[in-house]
Design a protein. Structure first.
Length: 214
């Protein structure tokens, strides 16, 4: 595919769901791609937020490229001081991590925007809160000075048929509504259209932008 093709598909998915395309932002996932390629395949089309999943790799790109950087991968507490350089952290998956990020944000005199990651597929290998852990965790994290919880994020189980994960996306939207959280970060190359139909406000797409044939 290509970035314009992804945008076109987001647009069509919005139409099908009677949603305003302006309410969906494409986060271009740039992990494993060098800066020159990011310019060529993403930034020539506009100033899209860029998503990275490893701190070390992200930091070197951030030195070279001014952009709205999002952190989307598993975050270790000892890297929190770097994570507060991102505009939005999608992957807060424990109260302890939130505490550490909040502390680093305050040391930097900023309010860090974050999303809480949910493991709605209940996969043991995946990160994120279980649904039943959310109310308590959200209450604790929302009370932390230095953080602003803007929404929820999930990585759906891997599937060949994106229809099978539609209920997961619907559930994330339902929870975001319930807790009055505006952002829903869901949908990747294989399933972003279904995620948009189910209410995604941020889709995280890598392969479909960078691999010509997906
Ligand atoms: C890599 C990654 C993506 C993008 O996945 P693609 O299949 O390349 O679109 C989205 N979210 C997270 C958390 C990722 O690590």
């Amino acid at each position: 595919m290509s970035l314009p093709k992804v945008l076109e598909r987001i647009d069509k998915a919005c139409r099908r769901a009677s949603r305003d395309p302006q309410a969906v932002r494409l986060v271009a996932v740039t992990k494993e791609h060098p800066v020159a390629e990011i310019r060529e395949r993403v930034l020539r089309y506009g100033r899209f937020p860029l998503g990275e999943s490893r701190i070390q790799e992200a930091l070197s790109k951030m030195d070279e490229l001014v952009a709205e950087w999002h952190f989307i991968g598993p975050l270790q507490r000892n890297k929190a001081r770097f994570a507060v350089r991102f505009e939005l952290i999608h992957s807060i998956d424990s109260v302890r991590l939130a505490e550490t990020v909040a502390r680093k944000a305050m040391e930097n005199g900023k309010v860090q925007r974050v999303l809480l990651e949910l493991n709605l597929g209940r996969e043991p290998q995946k990160h994120g809160f279980l649904e039943e852990e959310l109310p308590e965790a959200l209450a604790q994290i929302r009370a932390m000075e230095g953080l602003r919880v803007d929404g929820l994020m999930t990585v759906a189980p891997y599937t060949e048929d994106p229809e099978t994960v539609r209920p997961i996306f619907a559930q994330l939207s339902r929870l975001a509504d319930l807790y009055r959280l505006p952002e829903r970060s869901m949908g990747m190359s294989g399933d972003f259209e279904v995620a948009v139909e189910e209410g995604a406000t941020l889709v995280r797409v890598g392969r479909a932008i960078f691999e010509p044939d997906t």
